[in-house]
Design a protein around this ligand. Structure first.
Ligand code: AVJ
Length: 320
């Protein structure tokens, strides 16, 4: 009898398969943090944002609420283009400010998850009946096209501190891609998590309830589901630590014992006892490091707003 392959063996995204194969064949095994975010992973991240230890989301939100009304009025922003929009929760703070200023015309949320985007767009169209909502599906960690023909001036936004997930060359490429889509009157608004007391940062990635640990292990379930891999999440321990030279949090999954994982299309992947798989970097910044990133991408750091404790900052860049 001819055995038909399981659907999941043939439906694996070939680019994901190639990227995972490469990441797992490196001496330091590594996978992209974009693989955290399936339905469950997005829910776990939402839960993280509400944790006592995880200060970035609420700090950024307060900064947006305090600053967007005056910033958007001054800029006269008619379009908001948001990279990695997700559920578009904090986008509302900016859209409300644009509406109050009487300039809100177009919102372009960009995200990988078509479902998330469609849901968010439908909700926003109901809430902002006079706003055009034109979602764009794109993986911002790859080459992607930014929309043209926007109502000007436009505000491009990349919030949450997610720029920290990119190694510097990729971060610069991403910002340079935004810069190439900007007119001289446009602005780039970015959220960055700041360098601070290491214990405070490490606590944000090692919460007492273990939500971040579950979020970290969820990546293995994503690989099982998407690629038909046979990862046992219980065979890995959550590890998150601050790396002070590169100024970043690193999240790893550490194999508790020597074992082998099988991934269709890749084969057997061996893990030694204590061997780690890096799942995320989250770089922390200061004014100087942001200015450097911007300059390398052809932008000038125009404005900087941090909270009173200097936990998190919103920065604005303009074409240099
Ligand atoms: C959404 C990428 C900004 O790096 O802090 C939260 C993701 N990882 N807890 C971050 C995350 C672990 C988060 N970003």
């Amino acid at each position: 009898m001819i055995r038909r392959p399981l659907a999941r063996e043939t439906s694996a995204d070939p680019r994901m398969l190639a990227e995972v194969a490469e990441g797992l064949s490196s001496p330091q095994k590594e996978l992209s943090p974009k693989y955290f975010y399936d339905q469950r992973g997005s829910e776990l991240f939402e839960e993280i944002t509400r944790l006592e230890e995880y200060y970035p989301t609420r700090t950024e939100r307060a900064l947006l609420e305090g600053w967007m009304p005056s910033l958007v009025r001054r800029l006269g922003s008619r379009t908001l283009v948001e990279l990695g929009a997700g559920s578009a929760e904090k986008s509302r703070v900016i859209l409300d400010a644009m509406r109050a200023a009487g300039t809100a015309e177009l919102y372009v949320p960009i995200d990988v998850s078509a479902r998330f985007l469609a849901q968010a767009a439908a909700r926003l169209r109901r809430e902002y009946p006079r706003l055009a909502v034109e979602p764009a599906i794109a993986d911002i960690s790859e080459e992607f096209d930014l929309p043209r023909g926007l109502a000007r001036p436009a505000l491009f936004a990349f919030l949450g501190g997610t720029i920290g997930n990119f190694y510097p060359p990729a971060a610069i490429r991403l910002i340079a891609r935004v810069r190439a889509a900007m007119d001289p009157g446009d602005r780039f608004l970015m959220g960055v998590d700041l360098r601070k007391d290491v214990a405070r940062i490490e606590a944000a990635y090692n919460d007492a309830r273990g939500v971040t640990a579950a979020f970290n292990r969820n990546m293995l379930l994503v690989l099982n589901h998407e690629l038909g891999a046979d990862f046992d999440p219980a065979a890995f321990e959550h590890l998150a630590f601050y790396e002070p030279v590169a100024h970043r949090i690193e999240m790893h999954l550490v194999s508790r014992r020597a074992h082998t994982v099988t991934i269709p299309g890749i084969g057997a992947v061996r893990f030694e006892a204590g061997e780690s798989l890096r799942t995320e970097i989250s770089a922390k910044h200061d004014r100087e490091s942001v200015a450097q990133l911007f300059e390398a991408a052809g932008l000038e750091l125009e404005e900087w707003r941090a909270d009173p404790e200097s936990l998190f900052a919103l920065v604005v860049g303009v074409r240099g």
